[in-house]
Design a protein. Structure first.
Length: 736
């Protein structure tokens, strides 16, 4: 017995421990079991093989018992796992409407087994329910009921505490969180309607409603049934086609009472109000949920405006009105025109009536009123309005506040304040040309440009502008200062490495000009023609790009001045320790590189003998970066683009190292290893060809290097909880 316990590397910094850590140990009987960190035996040593540890977020592990494959759960439940065909263990969540999480069922787990899913109750000695997946595409149209797929990737979902299960013959039933079947017999179709009700059917035209005990509440006599938005009310026979021609829709209550007879074209619940939009032919009216008529079915249309408001319009020029959530008309006389204004996550209304234009909020408070051609709300903090008078004489507008004070007068003929622009920048218009002002209407760029675009999401805010008749887009900062000139360059196009390259513009006659994030203009090297950035990392002051023909054919690593950062004879592998190198670089700014294999001369008649593996490279000089970029990138013979693709089939014994985004060595090259960047401060070292799986225990060769922190060096370990280092979660752990 070499060891009783394996050395483990686990990290608990800044994370809640969901369950205790269980460590595999070898018992005196030659079997393996699990103990906690205090050495107390939790699971007796009855398993045949070495198994992975139970980290605090591990639900189950696969192993062998009596030479048969089994799945061991943290609770101690052992489930046969023939030929290890079970998929990964999925947590079981409970969601409500719009897939919003209600809670989770910790006593349930789910797994894919072949073509089925198996749900196991860990409390009840492994009580199991099996469900096939719904063959949705081959179902008849009437049986395609609402719902979502069984598995949502990393979890498994009940809805309102119920799960629809599918039999091998396609019929369905429902189970609750105790895996108890709801229906006494399977049905042809159905879905969970709300917290208390299920819609079920035996065939087309035989839909009804049952409660959670399986009791029939609405007889199965409807062509289809849909929830109305209020528990206990269902819309029956709602048309799936034209709501004008089909007149068969009604409203039914779960006590069997018909609230609205099935004679309407369509019925729709009003958001934020206990009202129903009811259509009959080409006319619309309003009912409440008890079936009382609120507005006769006479309106040309009634629009639901959220916030519980509706805008109604009557035919033959009878005008428009506002209706609140209680079904009350808000204007004594109809208005000529009502327009909703949604601004700053709030709702306002522009109302035109009898020569006046009024801006109202949802409390019907008058914010502005004037006898003008047009009056528009353009800002809410503070309230600002754009006023246009005498359109026949002049299109110029003025800006005034809520007190009527004029802020700007006759400077432009239009204004637009896009939501989300930094510092409140606004578009200004004059004679069909565009400009930019700040939130206080101070001019940033005069309205003399044909096209203006903002480089959104940038801290330094590029504004791209082009004058009419010119092919040139010119970059400006958010204060209107012109950045470096671009010589003779037409319309810009977006680059994938946008954090380092702002815009790339084609140069007439060939070639490209790049505008960098700091405004510098640099010609794209002709030696990289046809290649593009595949990964990038940017700091607050500089950055680097990985360039190639495709992600598997990388030719250079450039800084933000297009100087090559790769040491001579090295290239970028697609994978290292079975992880994509470029994803790690984009996240952490550290790049794994490998020594390229020597290229055999083309004219060589016979191959040379294989060279002996090189010794680890010591004191490799850092990459030299010139003060000015050369017109062409210069590569060594080993690093020619024609030989580059071989790096993606790593040679045995190839030297592997790690550089940062400035081209400096973080870990010098070493033969026979794979490096995996875990964070800006931690790099794992694996034996060459190894995978960085959290399920693997290493006898030797696994190290964790401290980098870019005060304390340097490495730790020897046998196992790495790699799920602690997620690229997507942005983990930046360090070891103290």
């Amino acid at each position: 017995m070499k060891r009783c316990f394996f050395h483990l590397l686990l990290f608990f910094y800044c994370q809640g421990i969901q369950a205790q850590l269980l460590i595999p140990f070898l018992g005196q009987n030659g079997k393996y079991g699990f103990a906690d960190e205090q050495g107390q035996v939790i699971h007796a040593p009855v398993f045949d093989d070495v198994v992975e540890p139970f980290a605090e977020n591990t639900i189950a592990v696969d192993c062998h018992k009596n030479r048969e494959p089994v799945r061991l759960f943290r609770s101690g439940l052992v489930v046969p796992n023939p030929r290890l065909q079970m998929g990964r263990v999925l947590t079981v969540l409970n969601v409500g409407f719009n897939n919003i999480l209600i809670d989770s069922f910790d006593h349930l787990v789910a797994m894919r087994v072949g073509t089925t899913f198996r749900i196991i109750d860990l409390r009840a000695e492994g009580k199991t329910v099996e469900t096939f997946q719904e063959d949705y595409l081959n179902l008849p149209r009437w049986a395609k009921t609402p719902g979502f797929s069984l598995s949502n990737g990393s979890d498994f979902r009940f809805q309102h505490g119920l799960l629809k299960v599918f039999r091998s013959d396609g019929r369905v039933n429902f189970v609750d969180k105790n895996l108890r079947e709801i229906l006494s017999k399977d049905v042809a179709a159905g879905f969970v309607a709300d917290e208390q009700h299920l819609v079920v059917a035996e065939s087309d035209g035989r839909f009804g409603v049952v409660d959670r005990s399986g009791k029939v509440l609405i007889a199965p006599v409807f062509k289809n049934l849909e929830p109305s938005g209020l528990a206990g009310l269902f819309i029956g026979n709602k048309s799936q086609g034209s709501v004008i021609e089909n007149k068969a829709c009604g409203l039914v209550r779960t006590d069997g009472a018909i609230v609205l007879d099935t004679v309407y074209s369509d019925i729709e619940k009003v958001d934020g109000a206990e009202l129903l939009l009811v259509r009959k032919g080409r006319k619309t009216g309003l009912y409440d949920l008890k079936g009382h008529l609120i507005e006769p079915i006479e309106a040309e249309y009634i629009y639901n405006q959220n916030f519980g408001f509706l805008i109604s319009k009557w035919p033959n020029g009878e005008g428009m009105n506002l209706i609140n959530r209680h079904g009350k008309r808000l204007f004594a006389q109809n208005a000529a025109e009502i327009t909703p204004i949604k601004l700053a996550n709030s709702l306002f209304f522009k109302v035109k009536s009898q020569g006046w234009t009024t801006i109202l909020d949802t409390a019907m408070m008058v914010l502005a009123r004037d006898s003008v051609e047009n009056l528009d709300l353009i800002d809410t903090n503070p309230f600002l309005f754009m006023v246009r008078k005498n359109v026949s004489q002049s299109r110029l507008v003025s800006i005034q506040d809520a007190a009527g004070k004029i802020i700007v007068e006759n400077k432009f003929d239009g204004l637009w304040s896009p939501q989300g622009w930094p510092d409140g920048l606004r578009f200004t218009y004059l004679n069909n040309l565009k400009g930019i002002s700040d939130r206080h209407f101070n001019q940033i760029l005069p309205p003399i440009f044909e096209e203006i675009a903002l480089e959104e999401g940038r801290l330094d805010t590029f504004i791209w502008a082009k004058k009419k008749g010119e092919a040139l887009y010119v970059p400006y900062d958010k204060k209107g200062k012109r950045r470096s000139d671009i010589d003779n360059a037409p319309a810009p196009r977006q680059e994938s490495a946008q954090r380092v390259i702002g815009k790339m513009q084609s140069i007439p006659g060939g070639g490209n000009m790049a505008t960098m994030f700091d405004g510098a203009q640099i010609r794209w090297p002709d030696s990289l023609d046809g290649q593009r950035p595949w990964a990038t990392f940017r700091s607050s002051s500089a950055g680097a790009l990985v360039i190639g023909f495709d992600p598997k054919t990388i030719t250079a690593v450039l800084d933000h001045r297009f100087r090559n950062l790769l040491p001579p004879g090295f290239g970028v592998p697609e994978n290292s320790a079975d992880e994509q190198v470029l994803e790690r670089f984009q996240q952490f700014g550290l790049l794994v590189i490998k020594k390229l294999p020597e290229v055999k001369p083309i004219a060589q008649p016979t191959p040379k003998p294989s060279p002996k593996p090189a010794e680890p490279i010591k004191n490799e000089p850092e990459s030299v970066i010139a003060d000015t970029p050369p017109p062409e990138l210069v590569f060594s013979e080993e690093f020619s683009p024609s030989s580059r693709s071989s790096i993606n089939t790593p040679a045995t014994g190839a030297a592997c190292g790690v550089i940062d985004w400035q081209g400096k060595w973080i870990l010098e090259p070493k033969i026979g290893v794979e490096f995996l960047v875990l964070s800006p401060f931690l790099i794992a070292e694996f034996p060459a060809g190894a995978r960085s799986s959290s399920h693997t225990l290493y006898e030797k060769g696994l190290r964790l290097h401290r980098v870019q922190q005060d304390e340097k060096g490495y730790l020897e370990t046998n196992w790495l909880g790699r799920d602690r280092f997620s690229v997507h979660e942005g983990n930046t752990m360090r070891i103290g």
